[in-house]
Design a binder for this molecule. Structure first.
Ligand SMILES: [Cu+2]
Length: 272
């Protein structure tokens, strides 16, 4: 079982979810750097405000100053903020590039958002050739899973546990192609620093390289309708041996569902 804040949010959590990929680590250090920068700037501006309100108050200066311009000051307060923004922009663009430009894929998965669940396809040429849907477990299903001895209560977190988990090998480049069959969804995994829109008729791409084994939960992060909050997915990062074993099992398990048509919002709605 993962530690608190590792792969999922926990009660009273103050910081970001623990990073599980180099990109997420980059995001965290960038975030910390920005937080320090804006804190220093805010305190500096506050100090200046207090200084001028005290030092240049009407009581202390009955005759107001006639100064309207100061070239040196104006150049300084234009150039210094510009320099700060440029310094911030450098790591920002580097991060953006690393997120967008995927390295050579060891494994490609296609994630299709639907109202309101995800479908995952493992490409045939990467040793897959099957697909499955991931749907959130209801409270009754979670209780039943624990009763049936499938795991402890914390193995099935509320609003996050799903019936079918995505399984990937650790320390491998996983490219995820993301699309949708109905409205715009978003494929997002906090611990991986991954978030990309799932747009119908368009194939987006993201990637991650998980450096720690464990279970990481993702959620739709584009308001998509009634059950937007109830379409999580889970990515289990395992050793290469465990992945090979899972792959062999999954091929058999999901083979029957192989060519099943993707459900649309209409068919999902009429099934309710
Ligand atoms: Cu959504």
């Amino acid at each position: 079982m993962a530690a608190a804040g590792d792969g999922l949010a926990v009660d009273w959590q103050m910081d970001l979810q623990k990073a599980a990929t180099p990109i997420a680590e980059f995001i965290h250090s960038f975030h910390t750097g920005l937080l320090i920068t804006i804190t220093v700037i805010t305190l500096f501006v506050l100090a200046l405000l207090i200084l001028v309100s005290v030092k240049f108050s009407a009581r202390k200066n009955p005759v107001p100053s006639q100064t309207t311009h100061h070239v040196g000051l104006e150049v300084a307060w234009t150039l210094i903020p510009v320099l700060i923004l440029v310094v911030i922009a450098i790591p920002s663009f580097r991060l953006l590039k690393e997120q967008i430009v995927a390295p050579k894929a060891d494994l490609t998965i296609k994630a299709t958002g639907a109202a309101w669940y995800w479908k995952f396809e493992y490409a045939k040429d990467a040793g897959g050739g099957f697909e499955f849907e991931a749907r959130m477990l209801s409270d009754e299903e979670r209780a039943k899973a624990v009763k049936d001895g499938k795991g402890k209560k914390e193995d099935f977190p509320r609003l996050l546990a799903v019936d079918n988990e995505v399984v990937v090998p650790v320390n491998k480049n996983v490219v995820v192609q993301v699309t949708s069959v109905d409205v715009i969804h978003a494929f997002a995994v906090q611990s991986f620093g991954v978030k990309v829109d799932a747009v119908p008729g368009r194939l987006n791409q993201t990637w991650f390289r998980a450096t720690r084994e464990g279970i990481y939960y993702g959620q739709c992060q584009e308001l998509c309708g009634k059950d937007h909050a109830f379409m999580p997915f889970a990515i289990r990062v395992v050793s290469e041996e465990k992945y090979a074993a899972w792959l062999a099992d999954a091929k058999k398990k999901f083979a029957a569902a192989g060519d099943a048509p993707v459900q649309t919002a209409e068919t999902t709605l009429s099934a309710r």
